[in-house]
Ligand binder design. Sequence first.
Ligand code: F6P
Length: 418
Amino acid sequence: MEKKKRNVIVGQSGGPTAAINSSLAGVFRTAIDRGYKKVYGMLHGVQGLLEGRYIDLSDHIQSGLDAELLKRTPSAYLGTCRYKLPTINENKEVYEKIFQILDDLSVDCFIYIGGNDSMDTIKKLSDYAIISGSDIRFVGCPKTIDNDLALTDHTPGYGSAAKYIGTSVKEIIRDGWSLETKHGQILVIEIMGRNAGWLTGASVLAKGEDCDGPDAIYLPELPFDIPSFIEKAKSLLAKKASVVIAVSEGIHTAEGKYICEMDESTEYVDAFGHKQLTGTARYLCSVLAREIGCKTRAIELSTLQRSASHCASRIDILEAYEVGGAAMKAADEGDSGKMVVIQRLSDDPYQAGTEVKDVHKIANDERLVPREWITKDGTYVTNDFITYVRPLIQGDVAPIMVDGIPRHLYRKGYQDLL
Ligand code: F6P
């Protein structure tokens, strides 16, 4: 006789994206369709769960309209955390506590929507389930604008951020065209992505019949040399009035020092030991102003690139929903210690499907832009990069507009302090 289904719990973790809530909607719908009684949502991931903070999602997603709004809402509906689970040897009590809470909620399936660090959580919890003889299944649902998860063609959240970056860079380039030509200016655009250049490379999407695209693109995969950068900027400015350069927040010297650290004004480090990377463009602009004496402007896309739901990619939002459903299906069918991956079948027409892979081969790894997708001189990306990214930004998701502004689904009390 088939075992009676009980409940599901889902959490969101790490940096938010424009698509993470679409995955949440996909998990919820699939769990209900597959006969689970309750779908709980951890508030602020495992950190909140440890404090007994969760909601019943049925109280929140009550209609088809709610689900559609959720898919169009940026940030993480449940709230996220950057919480590093200790190892079992370091602190077994944390595991006992989590499993006790899950047992009290009669949870069978635990789905975690997140990036590298979140997959570390799935890995550790699924390992503990085996050790402790628990039959709770732990499955990861990929998410990160950084697109740096191993074994998957790309991650939900990346396509929408890439679309926003391509669009904004094009608008910035266009703005620069209005300048009178006598003095010239250099605009440096700083883009997220930490040690992976997938997002910064997406600035190339500004290029088209009506736009030349950025003049130079610097990814963190290669060491950054300030004197060569100044020379490049000088030679570009000799040819045109407005120069636009895209740089990753994570560019660093050959010795490994982040360029933004040269600014010396930021030193925030999260629970995973990641330094907050900000100020790269500002620092480079100060160098250019000093060395070349031209007008400069530092533009940090910052939070905008991961929260621009009004400019989301339809492919991305649909895939995020499907991947959430696939994670739920995998857990329901007995998988644990796995993450859903997207497999690309073809570029044109774009076709992709999902599979599950061992999370142990994914957690804590970083998938970088291949060297051959960066030009020899290290200042641009190649056509292969464009072929890869273009399908992921296709299509639009019309926001549901109220009083001229997109409407979101929000959780009352979301601003309460932890
Ligand atoms: O991990 C995703 C990400 O958006 C990175 O690209 C970026 O470095 C980081 O989050 C920024 O996080 P926060 O907003 O917490 O500073």
